[in-house]
Design a protein around this ligand. Sequence first.
Ligand code: FES
Ligand SMILES: [Fe+2]
Length: 339
Amino acid sequence: MLVTLQPVLRRFWYAVMPMAMLDDGPKPFTLLGEKIVLWKDAEGKPAALRDRCCHRTAQLSKGFVENGNIVCGYHGWNYDASGACVKIPQAPGNAIPSGASVPSYHCEEKYGYVWVALDDPLQPLFDIAEDHDPRYRRIEQFCETWKTAPLRLMENSFDTAHFSFVHKGTFGQFDQPKPEKFAITETDYGFEAETIITINNPPQSHRITGTTEPTTKRHFRNQWHLPFSRRLGMEYPNGLQHIIFTCATPIDDAHIQLVQWMYRNDTEADCPAQLLNDWDRKVIAEDKEILESTDPDAPVDVSRRIEQNMPTDMPGLIMRRRLLELLRAHGESEVLPNT
Ligand code: FES
Ligand SMILES: [Fe+2]
């Protein structure tokens, strides 16, 4: 599926970067192939416009912010968050020409990140109960570009079959590739997948898991949120919760911005954020290497019929079906790469 050619995907919220990245001026981003500029307005709220001045097409992200407006770095035209040109420095007494504006996008701050929807969102941004639960702390993790398709990352997220192989250097048990439990329940937003896996617990992960046993169990209660967000809810036998949210924000058909943050029901003294991020960095580096070796095209390739008999591959097949249903409901058909 070529995500940049499926207009309905423009109607979802995507996390693009931490709010703090806008502290020192506007920043460019490419979302679903569209070049946008982000900045903080006078109230500190994020704003997003097409990254192209309507005067002589300069990238607005090369400019600067003044009085909450973005100023083009070429001739200084000012735009507000709605995209209207509000000042032309060379013609202060003249009316702004009609049509002097650039397209604007829906833009919000949530969970410490800037979120953008290119067209009217089909639903509000999902609520994360742990974010307003004082028993949990939120830890910012990663924001980086991977050379893979967004649905590759999503199907990988619910594919327990890869743990024993891709993650044998960290937590995966090479000789135990079969999960103890694997159950999927479809929901309005996507699905929930429950699974129980015994994992290796090397000394480096003792404070992550809260136990010094050589192995422990992870009880996953995971969620897939259409189209490209996941919640990995891991619980250890001691009640410790390690909950990861990841957005495979689609830059284009072959690249994502991996945006990830975490919730834990322990304290910095129990397990420092740096230690958690160092460990998870090792784990996602294993995923990155294998995902970047896959073709960046169809997520669940139409030719992969063999998977229909393998329970651990069901999530990818359900994703494909749900996405096709979404496209159909909006009058679209799937655009596939030329192969
Ligand atoms: S190109 Fe932007 S002000 Fe001229
Ligand atoms: Fe993985």
